[in-house]
Design a protein around this ligand. Structure first.
Ligand code: GTR
Length: 314
């Protein structure tokens, strides 16, 4: 911190803010949030100090979404699954096989569509200060080896506590089991679920790869995560402080995306060394056909239709 900033900090009152995070230390989200916290402190002359509560210690994600909406916590990083249950217009982002890769996703989120989603989020209590990478999610199983979508039929598959994910797995003739993130490892170990789905950094950081040795690389959901602050906090900030938060958020998002790409590569390497088998999906068309009721539902839903058409068309 510069001398001027230090002088201001000692002159003005300090506000302590609480930030919710589901991931452990060293994870790209956590490291980017730390950067956000230090940039906010710098940009506000030390008047805003953000403490990061990692590993979901303040509660699981659906609970934290409600806490942030109510202004009981100030900052959080949420995945678009649980967030979309609070803001239905976001459900479009969870549809399988929508984005072809992260570059395609950020082309939209860093542009007009991102602004539209951010406006919907703000109206519901969440101010987006950065779009983070939620990666590409694939299925992985402990008790069966998977080389086609048919192999997932009948499986008990852990999903996020989020409607679109539950609907998707049901349409696959499998049984969705909604569980908090931190409970998935033990559910896999005890055989309470056969499979789960996630991106490779989470597959690795949670240790799921030690139990689930068969990964079916479907990349079925490529979706963003959002660094958000509560509208309660937001409305208390001066225009200059708002700008400092936005700038810090945008910079932290770039840090996150860079760390993310490195972590995807190292996670796959770690899992591969531990005997995890990766089978890449050959043809997603049969799956897309099977999931057609899901597309039909959200295409005819006025809260998601326009966004979906924008993404599909570009
Ligand atoms: C991770 C995501 C978390 C959480 C988790 C889950 O990839 O970063 O926010 O949604 O997946 O599956 O519960």
């Amino acid at each position: 911190m510069g001398l001027l900033a230090l002088a201001c900090a000692s002159a003005g009152a300090q506000t302590k803010l609480r930030a919710w995070n589901i991931h452990p230390d060293g994870y790209p989200v956590t490291e980017a949030m730390k950067r956000f916290a230090s940039l906010v402190a710098q940009g506000t002359g030390g008047r805003y100090q953000i403490e990061i509560f990692s590993n979901a210690t303040l509660g699981d994600q659906p609970k934290a979404v409600q806490m942030l909406k109510a202004g009981d916590i100030d900052v959080a990083e949420f995945s678009s699954g649980p967030l979309s249950d609070a803001v239905p217009g976001l459900k479009a982002l969870n549809l399988p096989f929508l984005f072809s890769d992260s570059a395609h996703m950020f082309k939209h989120l860093d542009g007009k569509l991102g602004e539209r989603f951010a406006a919907k989020l703000q109206a519901a209590g969440f101010v987006v200060v950065g779009w983070y990478d939620g990666g590409a999610r694939s299925f992985y199983c402990a008790s069966r080896s998977v080389g086609s979508f048919k192999d997932l039929a009948g499986a008990r598959i852990r999903v996020q506590q989020s409607e679109v994910y539950l609907e998707m797995v049901k349409l696959m003739d499998a049984t969705p089991v909604a569980l908090p993130f931190k409970d998935v490892l033990s559910a896999l170990e005890k055989g309470e679920v056969d499979c789960a789905e996630n991106n490779m950094p989470s597959f690795e950081s949670t240790g799921h790869y030690k139990i689930a040795k068969s990964v079916y690389v479907t990349n079925h959901v490529i979706s963003p995560e959002a660094l958000v602050v509560s509208t309660k906090l937001w409305s208390s900030l001066s225009p200059a402080d708002k700008a400092a938060f936005q700038k810090a958020g945008a910079e932290s998002a770039l840090v996150m995306r860079d760390l993310w790409n490195k972590r995807v590569a190292s996670a796959i390497e770690t899992a591969g060394k531990q005997g995890v088998q990766f089978v890449r999906v050959k043809d997603v068309a049969p799956m897309v056909r099977r999931l057609s009721p899901l597309y039909g539902k959200y295409m005819s839903d006025p809260s998601t239709r326009e966004e979906l058409l924008t993404i599909i068309g570009n």
